[in-house]
Structure formats: C-alpha cells, structure tokens
Design a protein around this ligand. Structure first.
Ligand code: ADP
Length: 191
C-alpha cells in the first residue's frame, strides 16, 4: 500500500508517518529529511539546497524527484508513505510515472486539515521548546521563513488537492485532533 500525507508545514505529517512505520512496517520517504541529510553531507547539492530551505522556499523539482527515484529503487517494505512529497504538480506527475513504471500505484492521499493559526502556534512553539531545552532549532522554524513556507504551500502544493480529488484518491482527516485521534482516523481510511 502506497500513500501520500498531504498538508501544510506543521500539520503532523512526520508524526503520523512515524506511527505508520512502527505499526505497519511501511517505509517513510520524507524529502525534507533527505534534504536535511544532504545538506550536512557537504556535497554541492547539499550546499545549494541549504539556503533555499532556510528561506522556506521549495528546492527544484529535479532534485527532489531524483531523491525519490533513488529511494524507490533501494527501499523495500510494506508500502511507501510519501511525506512532504509531492509538493508541486510536476512532482505529482513524476511520482505517478515512477510508480507506474514499478508496476505500482497510489492507494490513498490523506489530507491533514489544520488551520493556519494552529500551524504557526505549533511550529513557533516547537522552536521555543527546543530553544529552552538547549536543543537544535530548525533554521526554517522562525516567523519569517514560516510565512514563506505557508505561501509556498498555498501557491504550489494546495493545487494537488484538486488533482488527487479528481484522481479519486483524496481523503481528509482532522489534523487538529490529538496524535491518537488523527491516527485512528487514518487507520479507518487505510483499513
Ligand atoms: P515542513 O513540512 O515542516 O515545511 P519539510 O521537512 O517537509 O518541512 O521540508 C523542509 C524544507 O525542505 C521545505 O521548506 C523545502 O525547502 C524543502 N523540501 C522538502 N520537500 C520538498 C519537495 N517535495 N519539493 C521541494 N522542496 C522540498
């Protein structure tokens, strides 16, 4: 079973993906995590994406599609959870093509619905907690980058809702619930 978790930054995609990995043996493919790993590697690609990520903008389709293509070839498990990918229509088309080429498809696209006030509160709160605890704060978890991340989401990623709705794959869950409530809603969709 292959699924996409779709929603704005702070919607809880990573948290739910982690639970699906633990409980169902699925494989999480988070382009955000892959890019954060790439930037610490000191490679040319890593350096190029670091500045873009910190500003809250999207890195190029070519880079993230390449990362996903690579992972689809090396990872194996009880299905893939695409977390933070696709984020543009070009990425959505590319994912469809890659899955088809592997004789696979998408089983569900789960929209995690949350309102913007909550997103801003969650992300800036998370940064504040980390700061108080002396932990590392994500360079893009500040008010300015967050505003850009949200605008990128509305301009480039939210059209995917219509795209997947018409493909017949879209399901929504209430991302304002507790972690457990959201988990139960997702389980009801996946069966
Ligand atoms: P969040 O969902 O909290 O914004 P992510 O970890 O998914 O965080 O992504 C962090 C950053 O990585 C994004 O702001 C963007 O710069 C880059 N990124 C991640 N996934 C993609 C993608 N599919 N396409 C383009 N850029 C991406």
């Amino acid at each position: 079973m292959n699924i996409i978790l779709l929603g704005p930054p702070g919607a809880g995609k990573g948290t739910q993906a982690q639970l699906l990995v633990e409980e169902r043996g699925m494989v999480q493919l988070s382009t955000g995590d892959m890019l954060r790993a790439a930037r610490t590697s000191g490679t040319e690609m890593g350096n190029k994406v670091a500045a873009i990520m910190d500003a809250g903008e999207l890195v190029t389709d070519e880079i993230v599609i390449g990362l996903i293509e690579e992972q689809l070839q090396v990872k194996d498990g009880n299905g893939f959870i695409f977390d933070g990918f696709p984020r543009t229509l070009a990425q959505a088309d590319a994912l469809g093509d890659l899955l088809t080429a592997n004789g696979q498809g998408l089983n569900a696209v789960i929209e995690m619905k949350v309102n913007d006030d909550v997103l801003v509160e969650r992300i800036l709160g998370r940064a504040e907690d980390a700061r108080k605890a002396g932990e590392k704060v994500r360079a893009d978890d500040n008010e300015e980058s967050l505003k850009i991340r949200l605008m990128e989401y509305y301009k480039k990623t939210s059209p995917l809702l219509g795209y997947y709705y018409h493909a017949g794959d879209l399901k929504a869950v209430n991302g304002l619930g507790t972690i457990d409530e959201v988990k139960v809603e997702i389980a009801a969709i996946l069966g």
